[in-house]
Ligand binder design. Structure first.
Ligand SMILES: NC(=O)C1=CN([C@@H]2O[C@H](COP(=O)(O)OP(=O)(O)OC[C@H]3O[C@@H](n4cnc5c(N)ncnc54)[C@H](OP(=O)(O)O)[C@@H]3O)[C@@H](O)[C@H]2O)C=CC1
Ligand SMILES: O=C(O)C1=N[C@H](C(=O)O)C[C@H](O)C1
Length: 288
């Protein structure tokens, strides 16, 4: 019996959409191997949007290396989105740009494809819009996460927990200078979570007597929380959440020094999204 692999195993075998996908003849299978293969579930068919980007490249490699997934489409700027549906993708992973991601997701919903979204730029209005679109396909799942790093998820959780105990709270985020948005999605989400916790605890605005300031000196105001964005060569993705109370400060810091930090979270969301109809924001609820 001749069995052709569904997933090319050589790096050069993973072709860009439109390029012929190479495959090879692995040799005849033993009877025991055929029996084992018959019991194995079909791999999850995944398409990646933004496949040539910094995150996209890492995600394609991670999906290709995952035994339970098959990388069926890689799409970047200028490519035809229908390559994804033509390839039979069940889940799309989007790491593109804030200015194109909504159009991509509208298309995914239209096509009935589940989506895992890492692209930044998700305001409350955008999330509401997605929820509205998803009502047309109630069986579809979409996970939008500002950060897939487990450490970053915990940083946000700890910041939310600490928020009500400190009158002052500010965020400093630092990223590589090729990042197109500021503040980062992670910083924005962290500020929103802190603001929610402060509001629930009935806290007043953080004390700040600044009466004279150069534009930007106090950072951006996200729901009343100051967020300071640094862009520096040599950095990747870093954030400090600073809390202050009488006589003490608390700093919660997270550093992603390699894009590998995001991959377990991305793959986890891709595996779970089909069982999560509707919109899920963040991967906190997906962790065991
Ligand atoms: N949630 C998380 O854990 C993380 C989120 N991010 C976020 O992911 C996003 C991508 O980051 P990064 O990889 O560094 O950015 P890059 O700019 O390196 O990658 C984005 C890629 O998407 C391509 N692209 C543009 N338009 C489209 C389109 N319509 N369809 C498909 N592809 C398109 C870009 O092409 P071109 O350059 O030609 O425009 C580029 O190749 C950012 O928003 C970033 O903040 C990043 C890291 C972790
Ligand atoms: O652009 C990046 O690099 C990152 N973007 C995300 C964000 O905006 O928070 C996640 C992480 O900070 C890396």
């Amino acid at each position: 019996m001749v069995v052709w692999p569904t997933k090319p195993r050589t790096p050069e075998g993973v072709g860009h959409v439109g390029a012929p996908v190479r495959s090879y003849y692995p040799g005849p299978m033993l009877d025991e191997e055929i029996a084992v293969e018959a019991d194995e579930p079909e791999p999850l068919r995944v398409g990646v949007l933004g496949a040539r980007g910094r995150m996209g490249v890492a995600v394609c490699e991670a999906v290709d290396a995952a035994e339970d997934m098959e990388l069926v489409a890689m799409v970047d700027a200028g490519d035809w989105l229908f390559n994804v549906s033509d390839a039979g993708a069940e889940v799309v992973i989007d790491f593109t740009r804030p200015d194109v991601v909504m159009e991509n997701l509208h298309w995914c919903i239209d096509q009935g494809i589940h989506a895992v979204v890492g692209t930044s730029g998700f305001t409350a209005e955008r999330l509401k819009q997605l929820e509205g679109w998803l009502t047309a396909k109630p069986e579809l799942g979409m996970v939008v996460a500002p950060n897939f790093g487990i450490g970053a998820v915990l940083m946000m959780r700890f910041a939310q927990q600490a928020a009500r105990y400190f009158e002052s709270a500010e965020i400093v985020e630092m990223h590589h200078p090729a990042k197109v948005d500021a503040p980062s999605g992670t910083a924005t989400r962290t500020a929103e979570l802190i603001a929610e916790a402060r509001q629930a605890a009935g806290m007043a605005a953080a004390p700040d007597a600044t009466a004279h300031a150069l534009d930007g000196a106090r950072g951006a105001d996200v729901d009343g929380i100051r967020v300071h964005s640094i862009r520096a060569t040599g950095s990747m993705a870093h954030q400090e959440v600073l809390f202050g109370g009488p006589g003490e400060t608390l700093t919660i810091r997270h550093d992603s020094v390699d894009r590998a930090s995001f991959m377990p979270g991305v793959l986890l969301a891709a595996r779970k999204v089909r069982g999560l109809p509707g919109l899920t924001v963040g991967i906190d609820s997906l962790l065991d």
